[in-house]
Write a protein that binds this ligand. Structure first.
Ligand code: MIC
Ligand code: SF4
Length: 643
């Protein structure tokens, strides 16, 4: 039996476990990336684990999320990360150099290698055949220190593309089509592998748009083969030496196959407030548009920006529309400036923002009350834009421009002829904003610089045999980490100040949660399906830990969040019988009994002291996860086992 692309990379990196679907494996990690909203914690954790120097082939620290710098907090985080990078052996990508995933794709990603990043969109580099996976900060810190990274050996989905995209239909529409087919939990437990004749006409950045949004499927990662298209891209980046061809074996076995005929695809949009709430743009055309945002790690490549510039050239956006354009990297911005395309964007009335995440994570540019915002981004969760009642639609750059020009949702296929986009044979290579680390000898002299907003990581305790606590919050299905620990301009600067951050925990669902949890001293959260989907932010576990949350009982969990809970020493339990969810109320007194024994048997009894009912929860963890829980999380565990 042959291997899929992902299986080949896993095989070459396997350190622990067996290549058996559903079992836990540990893989060697070649590269890591962090960004600043998760990076401060990751480097504090690296320090706490007693590690002194990264052991990876390349680790990069990006500054791209918190770039508003209203006050000293963000700037202090940047300074701390810069000092940690210098000391620990990490390359530091300065603010302004671009969004981590875009820059990593351009400058560092290598086909056939492994990458984990403290950001859920790390799979972007799957666009060039790299096995790249999003993870919590603690896992990234441990991997930087040379530890293997653990995943459940995934099942495989093959997406076969045939035909080619019609003008005005683009890679984003392919990503949305797969979301329409599979939904936001359809990828859980899978790696999505892309193939078929149709991929030949997709450039690396277009492939990266697709693997980027694989995160929204809940997939472990997504990957394309490394082929002639990949070689050309790496050559244009002056990195032809990094090229290796990589494809699946003809007899590779997939658990599921999806066929998409690109010839028949039309422009799509994800409607509020879920990325899988997909409709045809042609069915949305009468909606008035207030704001349009182009950029983010999904759609900010040079190709995307050149298309945008060409479509805007000589035209002006409609009255009442506010259009932002954020190129993904300094390379993209520089090339737009040199060829004059930037001028076409500016003349159209667009507001050019810096090369950073910006509006995607609510760092400014929030829509007006109830406003309709069309974004080329990857997430449209309620409130993420910074405006609670805004209606955010996820669209392609083509749909974004067409709608900005007309002031109403517009099918770009009505725009006429598609402009010819000339891609250069080589990109401007200027890595001067990436600061190399100090030599191991010099590193000893480098001091970590911590500003007053940089606090401690909350301490967790070894799991006890019984947890008696009140069910402090009951939430529904598909709760995102944006619900649990919101981001945005007001809160993001406090990612390294857990006590302050805790005031906003679950604010979107229940403004009283934080205060009630703190007062109760300990609590249990009840969740529905796909609890903790979305971002990799471990703050969605660390803050509940700080607020005394001992366990979360849910119908199912998103992969990264479940790992983050275990790393934080919080017990993630699933209902054996999903109907038991219905019999639980907020405020019930719960007792989880016989936890230590339950960890061995895989099941646990939960007594609802308020109703008198008993139900069973699943706690089917791997030996490693049990050890982590018994130690009270990865940091406690690492103190004895890493470094
Ligand atoms: C996101 O898109 O939600 C983020 C912000 O990039 C997060 C990371 C974070 O919360 O810092 C992610 O995707 O992991
Ligand atoms: Fe940044 Fe948005 Fe991409 Fe997250 S999804 S890394 S916030 S651009």
């Amino acid at each position: 039996m042959g291997y899929t692309i992902a299986e080949k990379i896993i095989k070459a990196h396997l350190v622990k476990g067996e290549m058996k679907k559903g079992s836990e494996i540990g893989i060697r990690i070649d590269q890591t990336l962090t960004q600043d909203a998760t990076g401060t914690m990751a480097y504090l954790e690296f320090e706490r684990m007693g590690l002194s120097r990264v052991k990876t082939e390349k680790s990069v620290a990006y500054i791209d999320h918190n770039t508003l710098q209203c006050g000293f907090e963000n700037a202090d985080d940047h300074r701390f990360i810069r000092s940690a990078a210098k000391k620990y052996g990490v390359y530091f990508s300065s603010p302004g150099n671009g969004i981590c995933h875009q820059v990593h794709l351009e400058r560092f990603g290598i086909p056939g290698k492994t990458l984990i990043g403290s950001d859920s969109h790390t799979p972007t580099c799957g666009g060039l055949g790299m096995l790249s996976i999003g993870a919590g900060g603690m896992d990234v810190a441990a991997a930087m220190g040379g530890s293997e990274y653990y995943i459940t050996y995934p099942k495989m989905i093959k997406v076969n593309l045939t035909g080619s995209l019609r003008p005005f239909v683009s890679a984003k529409d392919i990503a949305l089509e797969v979301l329409r087919i599979l939904s936001v939990k359809g990828g859980v437990g899978y790696i999505v592998e892309w193939g078929g004749e149709g991929i030949k006409s997709l450039s690396v950045p277009e492939r990266a748009t697709i693997t980027n949004m694989g995160a929204e499927l809940g997939a472990t990662t997504s990957i394309f083969p490394s082929d002639e298209v990949t070689r050309k891209f790496l050559k244009a980046q002056g990195r032809e030496n990094d090229y290796t061809p990589l494809s699946s074996d003809p007899d590779a076995v997939y658990d599921k196959t999806i066929d998409i005929n690109l010839d028949t695809l039309s422009p799509l949009a994800a409607c509020p407030h879920k990325p899988d709430n997909v409709a045809k743009v042609s069915e949305l055309t009468n909606i008035k548009v207030d704001q349009v945002c182009i950029g983010s790690c999904t759609n900010s490549s040079l190709y995307d920006m050149l298309k945008v510039a060409a479509l805007l050239k000589g035209k002006h956006i409609a009255e009442g529309v506010s259009l932002s354009v954020s190129p993904g990297s300094k390379q993209v911005l520089n090339m737009l400036a040199r060829c004059g395309a930037l001028s076409d964007i500016i003349s159209s009335g667009a507001r050019v923002l810096e090369c950073a995440c910006g509006p995607c994570i609510g760092m400014g540019f929030s829509p007006s009350s109830g406003g309709v915002s069309l974004r080329t981004f990857n997430r449209n969760f309620e409130g993420r834009s910074g405006t609670r009642d805004a209606k955010v639609y996820l669209v392609s750059p083509e749909t974004a421009v067409a709608s900005a020009l007309n002031g109403i949702f517009t099918d770009p296929m009505t725009l006429g002829d598609f402009p010819k986009i000339e891609m250069p044979d080589s990109f401007i290579i200027d890595d001067s904003s990436v600061i190399p680390p100090a030599s191991p000898k010099e590193a000893e002299k480098v001091e970590l610089i911590k500003g007053p907003n940089i606090g401690d990581i909350p301490k967790s305790e070894p799991i006890s045999d019984t947890i008696s606590a009140v069910s402090i919050l009951k939430v529904g299905d598909h709760i995102t980490t944006d619900h649990i620990m919101p981001a945005g301009a007001k809160i993001l600067p406090y990612r390294s100040n857990i006590p302050y951050l805790s005031k906003f925990c679950f604010e979107v669902c229940d403004k009283t949660f934080a205060e009630r949890a703190k007062k109760a001293g300990k609590g249990i959260i009840i969740g529905g399906v796909n609890y903790g989907q979305g971002s990799s932010r471990e703050h969605a576990a660390l803050v509940p830990l700080y607020l005394g949350i001992k366990a979360v009982i849910a119908k199912s969990f998103a992969r990264i969040h479940a790992a983050n809970l275990i790393n934080a020493g919080i017990l993630p339990l699933t209902f054996k019988n999903a109907d038991d969810y219905d019999f639980l109320n907020e405020g019930d007194n719960l007792e989880i009994i016989g936890i230590i024994e339950g960890l061995n048997t895989g099941e646990i009894k939960v007594l609802n002291k308020t109703s008198g009912k008993v139900f069973t929860a699943i706690c089917d963890f791997t030996e490693r996860q049990k050890e982590l829980l018994k130690a009270g999380g990865l940091l406690n565990y690492a103190a004895g086992n890493l470094g």
